[in-house]
Design a protein around this ligand. Structure first.
Ligand code: TPP
Length: 627
């Protein structure tokens, strides 16, 4: 058993507090969270919603002895605070500081690392199996949100619970929200509990009973619940006992219910209703806006946004509106991320041509395939990291049938403070090897708008699956000017940004802008690689024949990346002709990248212009010396 003694000091105090002290302490935690998150950014609303739940959970179960798995890990700040990271919490999401998610390298009491939704139940079942095999006694508890529960992986694992004779305890943190409002039949079912008269009267009865010192009667709750579900309990029908719903901010009620499920020797779901953003006026009023935030003013709730700036997500969203106005075949799809992907306005203007399937990346991709077979023009707006979920669907459902699905891959590259679970550094590698797939990498906002316009409006000419990747970044200027000048432009041609001598940088995507000044100053050629697949072979041949050194630069993994495509093209097609040219690939080495601001990380991996300059000069110097 690991020695957690030094880390449990605060938890031991919490275990000895009376209820008044516990509520006072909850307030203290909330204020601390608001203070830190307003400076460092983070998942504010989700964490404000789980304060009392975590306190009660850790007074009944023991995080150091039991196995508590937090789904997604984005709501586990109170967990971090209670397990020995009170001081470290100030460094939340900062470079070198603690992670915004559960992370087993940060602390082994973070029993399973996460960042992506829906993994908790499967991980818990695996842990429980291992504990059983090694004859160890411990409780295995999952805390999962009602949004996460609708993800395919969570439902698959839920289906396994009965056949494993599991005893896991699932706390369903139901707040009616994913990042946006929950969607789908399961969430309608869960929400109907919240508004049912039975829950409301039950809540009152429990409150009254508590005040009068009457024993908590779980049985009654269960009966009430059954009626509320009109005899059709989803969880019970697949072999889990369903308790609740109870008020997830009432510590005493929570404790009593948790004690009951702890004693119950079968797999159990306890539904708790919480308020997302609880206790902070602004986040309670708008939990979506405060789900994941950057720095803000805690007094006014106001977010600083650099003046005259627009994000690539905004460019995407607005361009798609313009295209959809002209083309009624365009349908936009998201997996629970309408805001993040810039589709909120689109969803208002074209409600019939907007589909949010919830956190179901696989289904969204296949659904888009279905649309495409009937002649529609689906655009799947998705973060690079979450598209990883749908790898088989991309191959089996889309590429294999050469369906014209457009993947608008947002958050490609280093995303910053969300860290390694969220960096979009694998998409080039995982898409590149798929036949029929094309990968485009616009070099700026105008290029992104033109590419979208060109491809969607001329889908017959540019058919099949196409991915356009762009990062979590902004540009400065007047966005409206872009739309005034939107035009058709071949998406597969590379762009000479600077014509120089001997040395050429082939730069993928929007980082290209970073290198313009340097290349002018050094008289190096700079080429904006707008298409990773297909390669612009004509330009590539020309560059090879006119330069002695070529450096490929990409905000993605070197393994399997664009640079390797260049090498492999040469190897395949030009190896006999080439005698002199030296080629080096610059990108992310074979490791996961930590969290920090986007720019800190770009420097860390050596993609800023200063690092590139040093790298190139050093490399070239070596050859000059050798003569
Ligand atoms: N898709 C995947 C696979 N992983 C993700 N982390 C996301 C999307 C983005 N995401 C993070 S939290 C979240 C989403 C969609 C909502 C989760 O909702 P819920 O589980 O109800 O938790 P809440 O924040 O409401 O407490």
């Amino acid at each position: 058993m690991l020695d957690f003694s030094a880390k449990r000091e605060l938890l031991d105090k919490v275990k000895n507090m009376n209820y008044d002290e516990l509520y006072e302490f909850s307030e203290k935690i909330r204020n601390y969270m608001i203070d830190v998150v307003s400076k460092n950014g983070g998942h504010l609303a989700s964490n404000l919603g789980t304060v009392e739940l975590t306190i009660a959970l850790y007074r009944v179960f023991d995080p150091f002895e039991d196995y508590i798995i937090w789904d997604t890990g984005h709501q586990a700040y109170t967990h971090k605070l209670l397990t020995g990271r009170w001081e470290e919490f100030k460094t939340l999401r900062k470079f070198g500081g603690i992670s915004g998610f559960t992370n087993i390298f940060e602390d082994s009491v973070d029993r399973f690392g996460a960042g992506h939704v829906g993994t908790s139940i499967a991980a818990a079942l695996g842990i429980e199996k291992a504990l059983n095999l090694s004859k160890k006694e411990a409780n295995v508890v999952v805390v999962i949100g009602d949004g996460a529960l609708t993800s395919g992986q969570a439902l698959e694992a839920l289906n396994q619970v009965k056949s494993q004779n599991s005893k896991i305890k699932i706390i369903l943190n139901s707040n009616g929200m994913s990042i946006a409002k929950n969607v789908g039949g399961l969430s309608i079912l869960l929400e109907s509990l919240r508004t049912s008269k039975l829950y409301i009267t039950l809540k009152e009865r429990i409150k009254k009973g508590m005040n009068e010192g009457v024993e908590f009667e779980l049985k009654k709750i269960k009966e009430a619940l059954k009626v509320a579900l009109v005899g059709e309990d989803f969880f019970e029908s697949i072999g889990l006992k369903h308790f609740g719903p109870i008020d997830g901010h009432d510590i005493r009620t929570l404790e009593e219910a948790l004690k009951q499920i702890k004693a119950y020797p079968y797999p159990t779901v306890l539904t708790v209703f919480t308020t997302k953003g609880k206790g902070y006026h602004y986040s309670e009023a708008n939990p979506t806006k405060y789900h994941g935030v950057e720095k803000f003013d805690p007094d006014t709730g106001y977010f600083e946004k650099p003046e005259n700036s627009y994000s690539y997500s905004e460019v995407f969203g607005k361009t798609l509106i313009k295209i959809a106005e002209e083309d009624d075949k365009v349908v936009a799809l998201t997996a629970a991320m309408p805001d993040g992907t810039g589709l909120t306005q689109f969803s208002k203007e074209f409600p019939d041509r907007f589909v949010d399937l919830g956190i179901t990346e696989q289904s969204v991709v296949t659904y888009a395939g279905g649309l495409s077979t009937i002649g529609y023009k689906p655009v799947v707006a998705i973060y690079s990291t979450f598209l990883q979920r749908a790898y088989d669907q991309i191959i089996h459902d889309i590429a294999l049938q050469n369906l014209s699905v457009l993947f608008a891959i947002d958050r490609a590259g280093l995303v910053g403070t969300d860290g390694p679970t969220h960096h979009g550094v694998f998409d080039i590698c995982y898409l590149k090897s798929i036949p029929n797939m094309k990968i485009l990498t616009p070099i700026d906002a105008k290029d992104l708008a033109n590419m979208l316009y060109t491809i969607i409006k001329q889908r017959n000419k540019y058919s099949g699956p196409i991915a356009i990747r762009y990062p979590r970044d902004v540009e400065f200027g007047n966005l409206d000017e872009i739309y005034g000048k939107i035009e058709y432009e071949s998406p597969f041609k590379w762009k000479y940004i600077n014509s120089g001598k001997d040395i050429a940088l082939l730069s993928v995507g929007t980082l290209t802008k970073e290198y313009i000044e340097m290349c002018k100053e050094k008289n190096w050629t700079l080429v904006g690689v707008r298409s990773v697949k297909p390669l612009d072979e004509e330009s590539l041949k020309e560059i090879i024949s006119n330069h002695s050194f070529i450096f490929t630069i990409e905000e993605g993994m070197i393994n399997g990346g664009f640079g390797e495509s260049v090498l492999s093209y040469i190897n395949e097609n030009l190896s006999d002709e080439i005698t002199n040219v030296k080629i080096k690939n610059i990108g992310i080495k074979d490791e996961f990248i930590t969290h920090g601001t986007r720019y800190e990380l770009i420097k860390l991996v050596g993609l800023d212009s200063e690092s590139i300059k040093k790298y190139v000069e050093k490399y070239v110097e070596k050859f000059d010396l050798k003569g």
